[in-house]
Design a protein around this ligand. Sequence first.
Ligand SMILES: [Zn+2]
Length: 305
Amino acid sequence: MKSRFRGLVLPLLALLIAAPASAGTAPPVLATIKPVHSLVAAVMAGVGTPELMIGGERSEHTYELKPSDAQKIAQAGVIFWIGPDLETFMTTPVATLGTRAMLVTLETAPGVKRLRARHGGLWQDDGHDHAGSYDPHIWLDPQNAVAMTRAIAGALAKADPANAARYRDNAVKSIAAIEAQERKLAAALKPVRGKPYIVFHDAYHYFEARFGLSPAGAVTIAPGRPVGPRRIAALRQEAESRKALCIFREPQFAPRLVETIEAGTGIRVGVLDPLGADIAPGPGLYATVLARLSQSLIRCLDKHT
Ligand SMILES: [Zn+2]
């Protein structure tokens, strides 16, 4: 009796070990920033959960790679990132990646519309030449999130064909939800169109273009680099002459700088967060990031009528 079972079990075990990934198992997936992770998590719902690289309150511009990140990169089967203009800390590990991992660059995915980086006036701090380069904050246009979701589902279907139908179904649902939210936000933001404000860094071009908003400039175009007293004086002057109603800080950067600019000008201070620093990572994060941007803008700007 015993030996007959053993005779069956051993070949079965050997078969299991030799078999390729079964239908229920997703490959290890890594996403760099929270909004990308959120779009990927929505497409992977019911199959698996992607790993996140930048959590917490760190900026996408000043991030430095940790040893645990190198390990995550080495273990990943599929890596989703915006591209070399945003996650500059990724360019070295990406260049040395083996052929084992599939790298998906979302800023050049089909259907993603890119805007040129802004410069001139308050969009520029030091005459540094940014001409010709693209603004990498592509995810803040919901239409780009739609294109990114399609690209994510396509890449995952290729990496994990057994779950391809699931990825496609999830993507269809995600896209419908993103487009429904876009219509809601467009209606909600209408009253603040044309009202000037200043952002901390130039992260919201896509959101502003999509919803017809009127930013006057950014405090810094190089987050993480110090802003000098001349720049602060210029910002105060510009803010007054352009009648900016609000100045928005970001949770990734200390509030002191924005407070210095605001002091005595009568400008209101709000918070905008392009990444969702204090929002729990997961499929719902993306919609929450957009909803909060919209709420912060309305709360600060609509008071000034
Ligand atoms: Zn940014």
